[in-house]
Design a protein around this ligand. Structure first.
Ligand code: AMP
Ligand code: MG
Length: 355
């Protein structure tokens, strides 16, 4: 397979012209809303390998955010691949023997296995041995030999995982990683907690994955800056309410090999190599965070044509595809809600319509 670097022409152009913003996502308008209620709560913390930043408004905001943060830390303890007490850590060292997992682990794993099936294996929660070989789990990056990848692929395959209620059996040598879906689930759960606590306005940023509760306190939509996948800053703004905006892209984590090629963290489960499907990023917009998270990763692997076909067959979400050759494709449901940043005004935008 080809393993080319992303389009350098675009990258160079974009980084010269883009407004430099340090945050992964620039959320405009949120700060100005504080005066509307007088009660704003914020939490910034590190969890699930990323910086999270939560803002909520109203009298219940403070207590609800504390609870949401605690819940996310609890989920991380269940699903971490490195914490000894986690269900996933235990399963990955079970030597092929059945293990009992918590109900929530079973729920998320069952969901991930269903999505793996539905996406034809583009999402595969059993890629951990291959991710380890590339060094994406430790930061000690290397390019594995083709034979090594072939051997490791024999230790992957979502269809070999058995989950009966809360009894999980993972064949010896296989390892799970819920990294492609966990943050989406966590965002969805946190939003539910906030709503139950009576919060009607909150914006949760889970390392670039956004989950919005309601609208801004003044009733207008949230304005979410979409990360420029070619360089620094934001490429455009999306106006949304009460939903998740989840982006996958290799720019999030990658390394440059001795051969000068760039290798990204989203792998093609068929080859064991980083997905090289012509997409620079995929953003999924849906009320369900965990579905958005699963889909953004899977659609990134599928590429433009695969993603379009998938959406035509499952049009219960919206998406924005940004291609390596400088195009933006948006499904019709949100086309009106997206506007390009001034420095990208020359980019071509195509609308994807239902057939
Ligand atoms: P996301 O940021 O949600 O797209 O998830 C990417 C993370 O999921 C990577 O950092 C890996 O830990 C893992 N991963 C990479 N490729 C895949 C894949 N094809 N299916 C499932 N998980 C993957
Ligand atoms: Mg994902």
């Amino acid at each position: 397979m080809t393993r080319r670097m992303w389009n350098h022409g675009w990258k160079a152009w974009a980084s010269k012209t883009a407004v430099i913003v340090t945050a992964v996502l620039c959320i405009t308008g949120a700060a100005g809303c504080a005066e509307d209620t007088g009660e704003t709560a914020e939490r910034e913390f590190f969890a699930m390998d990323t910086y999270m930043n939560f803002t909520a408004y109203g009298p219940e905001a403070e207590g609800a955010l504390e609870k949401a943060k605690n819940e996310i830390n609890r989920l991380e303890n269940l699903w971490s691949v490195t914490r000894e007490e986690s269900d996933i850590y235990q399963a990955n060292r079970s030597g092929g023997k059945p293990v009992t997992v918590h109900d929530e682990t079973a729920e998320l794993l069952s969901f991930a296995l269903d999505m793996a099936e539905e996406t034809g294996g583009a999402l595969d929660p059993t890629l951990y041995p291959v991710l380890e070989a590339w060094g994406f789990t430790t930061g000690e990056y290397r390019v594995p030999a083709a034979e090594e990848l072939t051997a490791l692929l024999a230790r992957t395959g979502y269809e070999k995982v058995s989950l009966e209620s809360s009894t999980l059996t993972l064949p010896e040598g296989m390892e799970l990683d819920l990294g492609a879906v966990g943050k989406g689930y966590a965002g969805e759960l946190a939003a539910e907690l906030l709503r139950e606590a009576g919060v009607s306005s909150a914006l949760l940023d889970l390392g670039g994955n956004i989950q919005a509760v309601g609208t801004r306190p003044d009733g207008t939509k949230w304005r979410i800056g979409l990360r420029n996948p070619y360089g620094e800053g934001t490429i455009g703004t999306l106006e949304i309410a009460d939903c998740a905006v989840i982006t996958s892209g290799n720019y999030e984590r990658y390394f440059e090999g001795d051969d000068g090629q760039v290798y990204g963290h989203i792998l093609n489960p068929d080859t064991g190599y980083p997905a090289d499907s012509g997409l620079a990023s995929v953003t999924v917009v849906t009320p369900e965070g965990k579905r958005g998270d699963a889909l953004s990763t899977a659609l990134f692997v599928m590429g433009e044509e695969g993603a379009k076909t998938y959406w035509q067959e499952h049009p219960d979400f919206d998406m924005i595809l940004i291609t390596e050759d400088g195009r933006i494709l948006i499904t019709e449901g949100i086309a009106e809600n997206f506007s390009l940043a001034a420095s990208f005004s020359g980019m071509e935008i195509q609308t994807i319509e239902l057939k």
